[in-house]
Design a protein around this ligand. Sequence first.
Ligand code: PRP
Length: 175
Amino acid sequence: MTEKLRVLIGREEIAGKVAELAAQISQDYRDSNPLLLGVLKGSFIFLSDLVRALTIPVEIDFVRLASYGAGTETSGKVRVVHGLRRSIRGRHVIVVEDITDTGLTIQHLTGYLKRRHPASVKLCALFDKPQRRRVPVSIDYLGFTLPDAFVVGYGLDFNEKFRHLPELYVLEQEA
Ligand code: PRP
């Protein structure tokens, strides 16, 4: 099998959408010093571009979640692998995800965060695959809605490959 990459969303289109999301967040949180919480690993490129496009002060932290099992399908059981080290009580939190797929990661993370009494929790996701949803998720700041194809690049991987690529690609396997 060889892996073939086809560009789905180019870097200028991504940059334009990141700027739009940053402008909206800067407007909505202009007086509240929000905490942007990146979900590792996939969000690291999106988060770093997003924060540099903001015009307001923010704080940044990361969590890492994993679903049990291997392969491309989630097992449905999510756990927090690397959690918060500081209190979020009374803070306005914006979770930053690269992609929302089944919704299980964000559902689990939202419960984890709410038990720590933040002032609010919103979700910013650059990509969304609504056809794959298994639990309802409300995305407050959304970049692109995608078809149900396997995508890589701009932080997203296949077996840890392709995260570094600056565009979003569809990964096609050829015999
Ligand atoms: C991906 C992605 C999201 C999550 C979304 O992470 O970064 O965090 O899956 O999927 P869901 O909506 O079906 O839960 P992944 O578990 O692949 O880890 P990674 O970011 O370290 O690659």
